[in-house]
Ligand binder design. Structure first.
Ligand code: CA2
Length: 146
């Protein structure tokens, strides 16, 4: 069965808990539950993880080489800074989809730069929590075509 890994970067554990006026009231646990439902509908297995640590995210990307068919990553602020995460994704050759809650092209200038974008096959952003199940559908379609 197709296996998908969803990775969430720094501060996303605070979703729905802090600054709901900025990031909404949906928690990361709510998002995971919705993704697990979508994964069952799509007949894929899903591992959903979050870390505030760059090295942990990199270790998980390395693990994906053996265990997963596709990666969806919301790298949080590491999106805009981490050549190391970009290199890790490039090194594993696992199709990777970049995901963001917000539209990073319509925010501050420093969010316009995405290192992940250099190695991802597609980008979903600006749909809030709904972007997560959308990303699952997108990656499953992509994997079926390759
Ligand atoms: O839009 C996205 O998904 C982001 O990856 C979210 C990151 C931000 O740094 C990126 O530029 C775009 C920030 C996630 C922070 O999440 C929080 C949630 C609640 C309270 C505070 C932060």
């Amino acid at each position: 069965m197709t296996a998908i890994l969803i990775l969430n970067g720094p501060n996303l554990n605070l979703l729905g808990i802090r600054q709901p006026e900025v990031y909404g009231t949906t928690t990361l646990a709510d998002i995971e539950a919705e993704c697990q439902t979508k994964a069952r509908q799509l007949n894929v297995t899903l591992d959903f993880r979050q870390s505030n640590h760059e090295g942990v995210l990199i270790d998980w990307i390395h693990d994906a080489r053996q265990a997963f068919d596709g990666i969806i990553i919301n790298a949080g602020a590491y999106t805009h800074t981490s050549i190391a995460i970009m290199d890790a994704i490039a090194s594993v050759s696992v199709p990777t989809l970049e995901l963001h809650l917000s539209n990073i092209h319509e925010r501050e200038d420093f969010r316009r730069v995405s290192y992940i974008g250099n190695v991802a096959f597609d980008l979903i952003m600006g749909h809030g929590a709904k972007g997560y199940p959308m990303a699952l559908e997108r990656i499953v379609t992509h994997l079926a075509q390759t």
